[in-house]
Design a binder for this molecule. Structure first.
Ligand code: TRP
Length: 449
C-alpha cells in the first residue's frame, strides 16, 4: 500500500523564497518518491478565517496554484485540488464537530493566543474571535481524515492540530464502532531549509522581511537581495560565512561544492556587494525558468482552473464513497434503504432484505438490493438524479417481482418500462437461477412491508 501524504496551503498570501525552500520544494520533491500518493490542496476555506478581503483570497489562490505548477508539481501524478471544490469536506467537518470536545478546542494554541491578547488588552476574552478561528482545527481534521492521509508534512506550529485530528478521528471511530478513519502522523521535515529573511530573522510575511519568489521579476529579486543585512566588514576582510545570512541563503539553493566555493570566497575577503551580486545571479539562474512558466500560467488562469477542476474530480472520487459510508454510520440514511439498524451492534441477520443507495466513484447515484445476509443481488445503473434513482427503487418494490425480473445472458436483470434498471452484479458467482429466486423473494419481502 502506498503512503498517502497530504498537506494544505492557506491561500492568503503570495509565496516567497522561504515558502519555496521550506515547504513547496520539499513537498514537490516528496511527491515524486515511489510508494507515495500525494494530496496537495489550497486551503481556501481556511483562508476565509484569516482574511475577509475577497480580492486577496482570489488572487492568492491563483498565485499559489500557479507557483506549485510552475515549480514542477506533476498534477497528473499527485491529487492537486482546492478545498472549496470538495463539498464533502465541510460536510465531514460538521460530523466531526459533533464529536469534538469543546474543551479540547479551548486549548488550541491559535485560539488561546487570541484570548490571551484580549485579556492583556483588558477587553472581552472573545473579542473579535470568530467561530471560524475556534473551529479551525476541526476543519483541518476534516481535510486530513477525508482522504485517510498517513503522513501530513507541516510546520511545527501545526503539531497540535495534528494531535487534535488524531483525537477526533479516534473519538469518531470509537463512537461509531469501526475504524472509519486512519490516524494521521505528523511529519516535521527536520532538514529542510528555514531561510533567514532580509533582517536575519526567520523569513516570514509577518516580519515583512521576505524575498519574493516570482512576483516583481528579476528586478524585485535583485533589489531584495541587495537589502539583506550584513556586518560591516570591508572588502578584503575575511567574512564569517557560517554566521552570515547571505551564506545561509546561498546554501539553500546550491550543491555542497558550490556552497564550499562561495564560503571560501567570503573567507578570502569577497566584498558584501559582490557576494550579494553572486547570490542574486545564483538565485536568478534557478528561478528564471520557473518564473517564466509562472508568468505564463498567471496569464492563462483558465488552464489553472482546468487543472484544479480535474484535481477536484480525482479528489471527489476518494471523498464520496467515504462520505457515503459516514452518513450511513451516523444515521443519515436513505429511508427507503430499510437500513434502520442502530450502531454496529445490530447484526446483519436481524435485518431483512434491503435497498442501499450510494454514490459511486463518478458521483453518480446508484443503489443495491441486498439479501438479508448481505449478499448483493442487484446493482442499479448509474443515475445523475438521486430522485430518479429513488423512484425506480420504489417501483422495484411495488411492481410484482415476476414482472420486473428477467433472466438475461448469464444472469438476470430488473426491467421497468422496457428499460434495464438494475442487473445482477458482475462479480456474482454461483447458480444464477438460485440467485434469481432469492432476488425474487427479496423483492417480494420488501413489497409486503
Ligand atoms: N493549517 C495549515 C497551515 O496554516 C494549512 C492547512 C489546512 C493544512 N488544512 C490542512 C495543513 C491539512 C495540513 C493538512 O499551515
Amino acid at each position: 500500500m502506498n503512503t498517502r501524504v497530504l498537506t494544505g496551503i492557506t491561500t492568503t498570501g503570495t509565496p516567497h523564497l522561504g515558502n519555496y525552500a521550506g515547504a513547496i520544494r520539499p513537498a514537490v520533491q516528496a511527491s515524486t518518491q515511489p510508494g507515495v500518493d500525494a494530496f496537495f490542496f489550497l486551503a481556501d476555506y481556511h483562508a476565509l478565517i484569516k482574511c475577509d478581503d475577497p480580492a486577496r483570497v482570489a488572487r492568492s489562490r491563483l498565485e499559489i496554484a500557479a507557483t506549485w505548477l510552475a515549480v514542477g508539481l506533476d498534477h497528473e501524478r499527485v491529487t492537486f485540488y482546492r478545498q472549496s471544490d470538495i463539498l464533502e469536506i465541510p460536510e465531514l467537518s460538521w460530523l466531526l464537530t459533533c464529536v469534538t470536545a469543546k474543551g479540547m478546542m479551548n486549548r488550541a494554541h491559535a485560539y488561546k493566543a487570541s484570548v490571551d491578547q484580549n485579556v492583556a488588552k483588558g477587553v472581552d476574552p472573545d473579542d473579535g474571535i470568530t467561530m471560524g478561528l475556534f473551529s479551525y482545527p476541526v476543519l483541518m481534521a476534516a481535510d486530513i481524515l477525508m482522504f485517510n492521509a498517513n503522513r501530513v508534512p507541516v510546520g511545527r506550529d501545526q503539531i497540535q492540530h495534528l494531535e487534535m485530528a488524531r483525537d477526533i478521528a479516534q473519538r469518531f471511530n470509537h463512537l461509531y464502532g469501526r475504524d472509519y478513519f486512519t490516524l494521521p502522523e505528523v511529519a516535521i521535515e527536520e532538514d529542510v531549509a528555514t531561510l533567514p529573511g532580509l533582517d536575519g530573522r526567520k523569513m516570514s510575511k509577518s516580519y515583512n522581511n521576505t524575498i519574493p519568489l516570482f512576483e516583481g521579476g528579476a528586478k524585485a529579486l535583485r533589489a531584495s537581495v541587495m537589502r539583506i543585512v550584513t556586518d560591516s566588514r570591508a572588502p578584503g576582510e575575511a567574512k564569517d560565512a557560517e554566521n552570515s545570512h547571505l551564506y545561509t541563503l546561498y546554501r539553500a539553493f546550491a550543491t555542497p561544492a558550490e556552497s564550499a566555493l562561495f564560503r571560501k570566497q567570503l573567507e578570502d575577503g569577497m566584498g558584501w556587494g559582490d557576494a550579494k551580486q553572486a547570490l542574486y545571479e545564483h538565485l536568478e539562474n534557478q528561478l528564471a525558468p520557473m518564473r517564466e512558466k509562472y508568468v505564463d500560467l498567471i496569464a492563462n488562469p483558465g488552464r489553472i482552473e482546468d487543472i484544479l477542476q480535474a484535481g477536484a474530480d480525482k479528489a471527489r472520487k476518494q471523498a464520496l464513497p467515504l462520505m457515503q459510508e459516514l452518513r450511513v454510520a451516523v444515521g443519515l440514511r436513505n429511508l427507503n434503504a430499510g437500513a434502520v439498524a442502530g450502531k454496529q451492534g445490530k447484526k446483519d441477520k436481524d435485518k431483512g432484505a434491503r435497498f442501499v443507495s450510494f454514490r459511486d466513484e463518478t458521483g453518480g447515484f446508484r443503489f443495491r438490493l441486498l439479501a438479508a445476509d448481505g449478499e448483493e443481488l442487484l446493482l442499479s445503473q448509474r443515475f445523475a438524479d438521486p430522485k430518479q434513482a429513488g423512484a425506480l427503487m420504489r417501483r422495484l418494490q411495488e411492481e410484482p417481482a415476476a414482472d420486473v425480473l428477467q433472466a438475461s445472458g448469464e444472469g438476470y436483470a430488473a426491467v421497468i418500462d422496457g428499460v434495464t434498471v438494475a442487473e445482477a452484479p458482475a462479480a456474482a458467482q454461483g447458480d444464477a437461477d438460485a440467485r434469481l429466486t432469492r432476488t425474487r423473494e427479496a423483492l417480494a419481502s420488501l413489497a409486503k412491508e
